[in-house]
Each structure stands twice: as C-alpha cells, then as structure tokens.
Ligand binder design. Sequence first.
Ligand code: 5GP
Length: 180
Amino acid sequence: MEKQVALHDKKFSLYLEEEIILNRVKDLAFSLRQDYNQKELVLLCILNGAFMFASDLAKDFDGPVEVSFVKVSSYVGTESTGKVDELIGLTANLKNKHVVIVEDIVDTGLTIDKVIFLLNQKHPESIEICTLLYKPEAFLGKHRPKYVGFDIPNKFVVGYGLDYNELGRNLKEIYQLIPE
Ligand code: 5GP
C-alpha cells in the first residue's frame, strides 16, 4: 500500500519522494548559479515553511551567496487602516543586491505580492521568486514565480517544511491530504 502519515485528525498519502525533491532542488540551485554568476545574490528564505528547502538549495549552490531569513507577520495596527504586514528579522542590506525569495509554496500568490511590495522599499537591484511548489490553478497574484520546483494540483500538502497545524514539517517527503 502507498505510504501514509497521520497528523492530528487527518491522513496524508505520499506525493513526492525525497529523491525526486532533492534532485529537483539541485536543478534549481544550478539554474540560480548560472543566472546569477558574478552577481551579488541574496537567498531570502521565508520562514517557517521554506527552512528545509532553503537549506538544501543553499547547500547545492556552488558559489558565494548570502542566505537570509524573514518572517511575514500580519497584525492589526493601532490606526483604523486595519491589517498591516511587515517583514520580521530582515537584517541583510539589500540595496543594489539581487534577491531571490525562497518560498515553500505559492498558492494564491498574495503572500508573495506583499513580500515583494515590502522588499521593494529596501531598493534591491532585482527580485525573483524561487518556490518549491506552485499551484497554478489557485494563483491570483501579480508576480509569477520564475523558478518552480513542481507545479502541483490545488490540494493541501505537508512535509519538507510544510505543516498542518505545526506538524509534518520534519517529513523528508511531501504528502497530499486524503479527502475524508
Ligand atoms: P498564498 O496563498 O499567499 O500564496 O500562500 C500563503 C501560504 O499558505 C504559504 O506560504 C503556505 O504557508 C500556506 N499554504 C498554501 N498552500 C498550502 C498547502 O498546500 N500546504 C501547506 N502546508 N501550506 C500551504
């Protein structure tokens, strides 16, 4: 039978094996290395979900590169403008540098749109998106990812950094929700 995991109240079946993921990550690292040859590149990992992908991508990147981490936070501001988003922990100086945002998954693309809006205020030379997973059917965003590991259907996935209510991030493979 197909490999399955149970997390909280849900069951998930194996969707992408470790070897398939790691081979694809190597390809992406190679493409980035070629495209950013002789350029000051910053890999900007969006926490928490992209931690495992960013780690393998950085290890496979055969050249000098900065690796930095941010968290996206939404909070209700004190003014009546409502929801405000900010990037927490951005310590890297991005001015005149080439930034590649490293994401676990681009679904609607709205998170990435906000991240790019906020990053532009730091005046980088360029910004591109590298995501392990992309759900083209769900995408509504303005910025399409240039580097994509796998196009996947519009179904909930966990593993390799991605969680279901904080469980599943440690799985080496990616699993898809089994509908009840
Ligand atoms: P967006 O819709 O803004 O592109 O996606 C925002 C965030 O939703 C992603 O960064 C990810 O944290 C979460 N997300 C979207 N689809 C999935 C999924 O299939 N599985 C998990 N675990 N998280 C998802």
